[in-house]
Structure formats: structure tokens, C-alpha cells
Design a binder for this molecule. Structure first.
Ligand code: AMP
Length: 283
């Protein structure tokens, strides 16, 4: 595996790999866990070579969020990727990604509004901008993202369609099912912020989500199901529920109850300073 942190050598390396067959990109912020590795394995299954990027993107963190505290462990991450057969680790410095004078950004309206976009203003502009830059830097044939960040996946697919991206095109943006701990908690780099008590509370989130999803699948109206879900999370020990919403899966339009279209139940809740998100398919 080559570890690269400058753009010229990256372009050189990816051009050589691409001659060999399709190239896949897996964008990450590092602090890798089994969820990230599931994306890498899915990428390897679909492409000849895999590029993984590790970049903690300041543009997608708001004031008062955990940018400085976000876990950074490049050596451990690199060892994991090496043993997964990754061809290139792309790990640019902030000054390489955003050189002096950088002044552009991508804004995707609609799908980026509400849900995580409400609590984190500017977050999805930061995500869309860095992902478009990564796409232009690596020029992958396909890119792999986790369904755990469902709204992020919807924003990136919208951007790819709206801006007629070709590397990758919208249809080559692959979503991979959420990887979970044995008790159902979605794996996340932020789970390490939880102490033992908080970790026990966190495990109630996927269970409460599954109960609510079952009621929605049975045809119950969304409003009482979502109210009960919020109440259950507060009673379980979550300090706040940022949102609990039922929306169409692709366009993220709020739903009063399950209809013919695929739908998604999405939640963000806090335990102290730690914010957890999760979502489930409904229908
Ligand atoms: P992050 O490093 O948190 O920005 O995540 C990088 C990629 O890994 C994103 O596409 C995430 O959706 C994905 N990801 C994070 N956690 C999981 C998980 N538990 N299962 C599957 N994919 C995940």
C-alpha cells in the first residue's frame, strides 16, 4: 500500500492503478473500525484497486463540535488498510486540501435541510465540497459510503446527479448496510467517547428504532410512533433527541405514514456531549 499526501503523486499512482481495471474510492475521516472495513471489502469486491482517503475535514465541523478532539490514529488505520489489500491511502494535510485562498463550496439544498442539517448548519456543504474534491482528485469509477450516514449518502447522490458527475457517476455511488456491535449499536468512531454507563444507554437506540420501525411497517401513523420513540429514548437516559423522523428514502420528504415508496426512520440523540445517529429502512 502506498501512503500519499500530495496531489501530484496521487494522480500518478491512481493513473497507474486505473490502467489495471476499475478504481474504487472509500472516503473516511479515519479512526477506522469494522464499519469502515466493510466498505473497503465491498469496494474490493467491485473494483480492481481501492483508494481509501483519511481526512478529518474542518469544513464539515461547526463551532463547538469535536474537530480538535476527533480521534486521529493514522498508524493504526494504515496497518488495518494494508491488511485489507488497499492500494493507496490518500491522507492529505488540511493545507493540501484547502490551500491559502480557497474560496469555493458546494451547497446541495433540499435533502441537506432538516435532520442533521438542522442541528449542524453548513455541515453538508462541507461534506459535499470535500467529497467533490476527493472525487476530482482520485477520479474513481465507483465510490462507497455507509448507510449509517443516510442523509450524507442522499446528499452525495443528489450532488452527483445534479452536477452530472462522471467519476464516479451517480449510479456508481454505492451504499453499504450499517455495521453494528453485537448489541445492535451502530459502529462509530464517536462510540469511544462513551463511558460504560453511557454505552449501556446507547444500546437502547437501535432497539427503540427497531420497535418504532415495526410499528411504521404495520401501517401506524408516524406522529404517535415518533413521539413514543422520543419518549423511550429520553426515559432510557438520552439527554436530548435532536430528531426522530420518518421520511422517503431517496428524497427525504417527511411522511405521515408508510406508503408505496421506500421509507426511512432516522434518529439523532445525545448522551451528554456525544451525539449518536442511526436509521433503518421501513418498507
Ligand atoms: P466517517 O469516517 O465517520 O466519516 O465515515 C466514513 C464512511 O464510513 C462513511 O461513508 C460512513 O457512512 C461509513 N460508516 C461509518 N460507520 C459505519 C458503520 N457502522 N457501518 C457502515 N458504514 C459506516
Amino acid at each position: 500500500m502506498q501512503t500519499i499526501n500530495r496531489l501530484d503523486p496521487l494522480r500518478h499512482a491512481t493513473a497507474a492503478l486505473r490502467r489495471d481495471g476499475p478504481l474504487a474510492l472509500v472516503p473516511t475521516m479515519g479512526a477506522l473500525h469494522e464499519g469502515h472495513l466493510a466498505l473497503v471489502r465491498a469496494a474490493r469486491a467491485r473494483a480492481a484497486h481501492v483508494v481509501v482517503s483519511i481526512f478529518v475535514n474542518p469544513m464539515q465541523f461547526g463551532a463547538g463540535e469535536d474537530l480538535a478532539a476527533y480521534p486521529r490514529q493514522l498508524a493504526a488505520d494504515s496497518a488495518m488498510l494494508e491488511s485489507e489489500g488497499v492500494g493507496v491511502l490518500w491522507a492529505p494535510a488540511v493545507e493540501t486540501m484547502y490551500p491559502e485562498g480557497f474560496a469555493s463550496h458546494v451547497a446541495v439544498s433540499g435533502v441537506s435541510e432538516g435532520l442533521c442539517g438542522a442541528a449542524r448548519p453548513g455541515h453538508f456543504d462541507g461534506v459535499a465540497t470535500v467529497v467533490l474534491k476527493l472525487f476530482n482528485q482520485v477520479e474513481p469509477d465507483l465510490a462507497v459510503f455507509g448507510e449509517k450516514d443516510w442523509q450524507q449518502l442522499a446528499v452525495i447522490r443528489r450532488m452527483a446527479r445534479d452536477l452530472d458527475l462522471t467519476r464516479p457517476h451517480a449510479g456508481a455511488i454505492i451504499g453499504i448496510a450499517t455495521e453494528r456491535e453485537a448489541d445492535g449499536l451502530a459502529r462509530s468512531s464517536r462510540n469511544r467517547y462513551l463511558d460504560a454507563d453511557e454505552r449501556r444507554i446507547a444500546a437502547r437506540l437501535p432497539r427503540a428504532l427497531a420497535t418504532a420501525a415495526a410499528r411504521l411497517r404495520a401501517g401506524d401513523a408516524a406522529a404517535p410512533v415518533l413521539a413514543a420513540l422520543r419518549e423511550e429514548l429520553r426515559a432510557a437516559g438520552f439527554s436530548a433527541v435532536d430528531y426522530a423522523e420518518f421520511r422517503t428514502a431517496g428524497t427525504l420528504v417527511p411522511l405521515a405514514r408508510l406508503g408505496a415508496e421506500p421509507a426511512r426512520l432516522l434518529v439523532a440523540a445525545r448522551i451528554g456531549a456525544t451525539r449518536l445517529i442511526d436509521n433503518l429502512a421501513v418498507g
